[in-house]
Design a protein around this ligand. Structure first.
Ligand SMILES: [Zn+2]
Length: 319
């Protein structure tokens, strides 16, 4: 017997078949082709599951459950995909029901960031932690929460939308419609925006004259000693620290798993982040707190999807 885990992103679709203990055995990777619409993407998922089962030499009857992680907002309790920005056409789609019917395997969906947190908790950097927050800072900012060792999704699956904590009143417009969310100022998108605004006004900077500086170009310029690039990363780090401090006060976690491409910026971002996290959280709430990098890298979501399937089959309790 085994499990199927799926990580459905806007660009990539990955399907894993795992054994009864949750160890990944066969992984199938394909482009999602999200632009071709919902029906096409669902057909691709079903075909990729069939391909993975065939490669593994097993059948749907021998699979206990299927877990799928995808970008939010989703409502895991209702089995509904609400309206992910990068999966056009997926609006109020009862994906649990559709996949269960099409694959013959009981299927359960959840937000991908939450499943990444679950993956790190069961098999990665957060093993043994009971209160933990997994925060990933890349193009956007996502997070997953485990309280008392269990996923916490909120009333409608939206808990953990850390990226939309407002840290700069009247700041740049965020994709959620509000202004000054931490995602709008400290994600890759936020850093690129800050560089785009400041570079044309700063003739001495290495970023001056670059039409639309990318976050990678900002990091590279900062490493070469560029003052503007360093100050952009410093500001992003300081805002990120405010959001983390807020989480620390709210949840008193033992562990924050902090990952994502923006963290590659290193010291110019991390030092102000830690400083402002300290300045915006209560000392008592930080006692014993550890901040660690993820251990599963890009596989956290896929492993988490398998673990979510195991949870639903009653076999995924942490040891
Ligand atoms: Zn927002």
């Amino acid at each position: 017997m085994g499990f199927v885990g799926i990580d459905l992103g806007g660009t990539q679709l990955r399907v894993a078949v795992a054994d009864d203990h949750g160890r990944l055995r066969t992984v199938v990777r394909q482009p999602t082709q999200a632009g071709r619409g919902r029906e096409h993407v669902i057909d691709r998922i079903v075909a990729a599951v069939a391909e993975a089962l065939q490669k593994e030499g097993t059948s749907p009857r021998r699979i206990r459950a299927l877990g799928i992680g995808l970008p939010g907002p989703v409502d895991p309790a209702a089995g509904l995909v609400i309206s992910p920005a990068n999966l056009p056409g997926f609006r109020n789609v009862p994906l649990n029901r559709i996949l269960t019917r099409a694959t013959g395997i009981p299927s359960f969906l959840h937000h991908d960031a939450h499943l990444a947190a679950l993956g790190e908790h069961r098999r990665g950097a957060a093993r043994g932690a009971s209160e933990l927050i997994y925060v990933t800072v890349s193009t956007g900012i996502g997070a997953g929460l485990l309280l008392r060792g269990e996923l916490y999704a909120g009333a409608h699956g939206i808990a953990g939308e850390v990226g939309h904590i407002v840290v700069q009143s009247g700041g740049p417009l965020c994709r959620c419609g509000n202004h000054g969310c931490v995602e709008a100022v400290a994600s890759g998108t936020g850093i690129a925006h800050a560089a785009r605004v400041a570079a044309p006004r700063t003739p001495g900077s290495a970023l001056h004259g670059i039409d639309r500086p990318t976050p990678e170009e900002v990091v590279r310029a900062a490493r070469a000693g560029d003052a503007l690039a360093n100050s952009i990363l410093e500001t992003a780090g300081a805002y990120l620290g405010i959001a983390l401090g807020t989480l620390v006060n709210l949840f008193n976690p033992q562990l924050i798993v902090l990952g994502g491409s923006v963290l590659q910026a290193g010291r110019p971002l991390l030092q102000p982040m830690r400083k402002s996290m300290t300045a915006s959280s209560w000392k008592a709430a930080r006692r014993g707190l550890r901040i660690v990098p993820p251990a599963l890298a890009g596989d956290a979501g896929l492993i988490g999807a398998v673990e979510f399937a195991r949870l639903h089959a009653g076999r995924g309790r942490p040891a």
